[in-house]
Design a binder for this molecule. Structure first.
Ligand code: FO1
Length: 318
């Protein structure tokens, strides 16, 4: 069975670990969000691609859900000693090696998709990880700080500001001109199932869908498209998705996110049992819905969620 998953960072990566367990024989292609990418110290950092690669490859800092395990921060300390910032983005020594290899290969002319494939040679994530595009897309957030309106890079909004100020707009800069990376449209066309994991619907899955051609390819693929709500009991399970949902005028509920994706795209939607009361509303929007436990406390619960998503996909297909 060929499964395509549109993944962002931590939630998507943890779901993928469960999906691999639930469907060990499936060929899984992950289309990774690159809107979170940031250029620091002359290096290209791809947080969501790295989180998937490290999580599935066994190198992730499990508590954080990002960055490497057994990390040290000597380089960061030395940069700070030189007064070179930003200090708010915690890049560890092991992680720096990934960004050095990536930047070196990009400078040699390899596209991001080829670089990602090369990095995965080492990590063997057990899925094919393709960036949504080889073109530069960077999510910027329009905020108002001290009465002044400005756009900040998503990472500054997310990490330095901790989403503590309202986001007035979320702009995936460069998305309109971006092309799907080689293999993305082919993977969707050949897929038996497309899954939207519990990643951020605006800045992760939403950014991937903003690359021209990807949303259309999924809508026209003619296969079940099933998503899992990242919102449980009117609050994000982790992260600050509520802040970015508000920016795009979507209420922070499991039903509103399903309607935001739309029945033209989504065939099935899994909500948590605490949101069982919303199943009827979602089904009336033309999206099959089931309420199951959605808290990914460990690999087994993630695998159970993945099994439920695959089951719902077969019900939709029937
Ligand atoms: N998130 C933080 O909250 N603080 C950090 O210092 C931080 C550093 C960092 C370094 C590399 C990397 O790949 C991710 C990092 N993240 C950090 C997480 C990152 O902001 C998020 O993983 C995604 O951008 C959102 O999914």
């Amino acid at each position: 069975m060929r499964i395509v998953v549109l993944a962002g960072g931590i939630g998507g990566a943890r779901f993928l670990r469960g999906l691999k367990k639930a469907a060990p024989d499936a060929a899984i292609t992950v289309i990774g969000n690159t809107g979170d990418d940031i250029h620091l110290f002359g290096l290209k950092v791809c947080p969501d691609l790295d989180t998937v690669m490290y999580t599935l490859g066994g190198g992730i800092n499990e508590d954080q859900g990002w960055g490497r395990a057994d990390e040290t921060f000597r380089v960061k300390e030395e940069l700070t000693a030189y007064g070179v910032g930003p200090g708010w983005f915690g890049l560890g020594d092991r992680d720096f090696a990934t960004h050095i290899v990536r930047t070196q290969m990009l400078a040699a002319g390899y596209p991001l998709s080829a670089v990602t494939e090369a990095l995965c040679e080492r990590w063997q994530p057990g899925v094919r990880l393709i960036p949504m595009s080889d073109d530069r897309v960077e999510t910027h957030v329009a905020v108002e700080v001290d009465g002044e309106r400005k756009a900040v890079h998503f990472q500054e909004y997310w990490v330095r500001l901790r989403a503590s100020v309202d986001a007035h707009a979320i702009v995936p800069v460069g998305a309109e001109q971006a092309k799907p990376a080689p293999g993305v449209l082919e993977a969707i066309a050949e897929a038996d199932i497309v899954l939207f994991p519990p990643s951020n619907p605006v800045v992760s899955v939403g950014t991937i869908l903003a690359v021209p051609g990807i949303r259309e390819a999924i809508a026209e693929a003619g296969v079940p498209v099933v998503g899992l709500s990242p919102i449980v009991g009117d609050a994000p399970v982790r992260g600050m998705a509520d802040k970015v949902l508000a920016a795009v005028g979507v209420e922070t509920t499991a039903a509103a996110v399903a309607e935001h994706y739309g029945s033209g795209l989504l065939d099935g939607w899994l909500v948590d049992t605490v949101d069982a009361g919303t199943v009827e509303r979602i089904e009336s929007a033309g999206i099959r819905c089931r309420a199951i436990p959605l808290l990914m406390t460990d690999e087994d619960t993630a695998a159970e969620m993945a099994r439920e998503a695959l089951t719902l996909a077969e019900e939709v297909r029937a």
